[in-house]
Design a protein around this ligand. Structure first.
Ligand SMILES: *Cc1c(COP(=O)(O)O)cnc(C)c1O
Length: 310
């Protein structure tokens, strides 16, 4: 445990040149009784191990990952915000691993650094939840077959930035990517997974493979099942999206990830076209509330997702 501060790196540090890096994102939540809890940390640990494998890193054992995160939360306990007003403030945790060997040859680094840092985080939505508008990226994709789309690694973010710039320039909040092979199937946003709600109660989310396997996404599959919805993990094309909105078969669309938990999706724009927002956000908001209530200890943790640290 060391005080937060800058790192000194050799200019030849491998990560600066070849981007051998992987990270996680998770939160510590303070409950009303003062206790502090993590949400499914073993899932972050397992995902980091999978990302590490793809990035040719050694795999950090699950218990060591969790021990590191817990040690930091305990030391920084006073930085975990309280929420008196039903708020959603938390301590954001960022475990990460990078190639710290000073070596310009191209091979997996023989010196690797794993660190965890933390920062208090306010509610993602300030002044009420408002649907995110999306820009359809037709030029850029985020992952290809055999690529590293399923790994949580900085390179995926580096490649998404120019598409996000395009989204912003077109007045949209976020970019949505299609598959790299056919340019036809919805993958995900820059850092959130997608969900579609149909008028018969079915819920569809793009299948895994080239998308990042979100822990929020996986939790919603279980939660929606318990709420009586059939959840399909499958390909969903941009045509099905357009037809579903036009016919009214798709009633809600939402995106999910640790930062926002769940956010309704509004209109979709692309070069020369626009599709209106779905008509409802009912189930979206119910799923959101169900997750947030478990995280902040305001509902029973029937799935056993929370792990007490303090
Ligand atoms: C982290 C991440 C998500 C969301 O994952 P959660 O585990 O739910 O936070 C989705 N997409 C990408 C690209 C991500 O990096």
């Amino acid at each position: 445990m060391t005080p937060y501060g800058p790192l000194t790196l050799d200019p030849a540090t491998a990560v600066l040149h070849y981007a051998q890096e992987t990270f996680e994102g998770m939160k510590a939540y303070r409950h009303a009784d003062g206790s502090v809890h993590l949400f499914r940390p073993e899932e972050n640990a397992k995902r980091m191990a999978r990302s590490s494998k793809r990035l040719a890193f050694p795999e950090l054992p699950v218990d060591e990952f969790i021990a590191a995160v817990e040690a930091l939360v305990k030391v920084d306990e006073r930085w975990v915000p309280t929420n008196t007003d039903g708020g959603e403030k938390s301590l954001y945790l960022r475990p990460f691993m990078f190639a710290s060997e000073a070596f310009l040859g191209v091979r997996p680094a023989q010196h690797v650094t794993f660190m965890v840092i933390a920062s208090p985080a306010g509610a993602y939505f300030k002044g009420g939840i408002k649907p995110v508008t999306l820009w359809l990226s037709e030029e850029y994709t985020r992952a290809g077959r055999g690529g590293m789309g399923a790994a949580k690694t900085g390179g995926n973010y580096a490649s998404s930035l120019v598409a996000q710039q395009e989204a912003t320039a077109n007045g949209c909040d976020q970019v949505v990517f299609l598959d790299g092979r056919e340019g036809k199937y919805v993958e995900e946003l820059g850092g959130m997974n997608m969900y579609y709600v149909f008028d018969d109660g079915r819920i569809v989310t793009p299948e895994t493979g080239t998308i990042l396997e979100g822990i929020t996404r996986a939790s919603i599959i279980e939660l929606a099942g318990k709420l009586g919805h059939r959840v399909e993990e499958r390909k969903l094309s941009i045509d099905e999206w357009r037809d579903g909105i036009t016919s009214g078969a798709i009633t809600e669309i939402f995106a999910c990830g640790t930062a926002a938990v769940v956010t309704p999706v509004g209109s979709l724009k692309w070069k020369g076209g626009e599709l209106p927002a779905p008509t409802s956000t009912d189930l979206t908001m119910r799923i959101r509330a169900a997750l947030v209530d478990v995280q902040f200890g305001r509902a029973d943790d029937t799935f056993g997702w929370m792990r007490r640290v303090v």
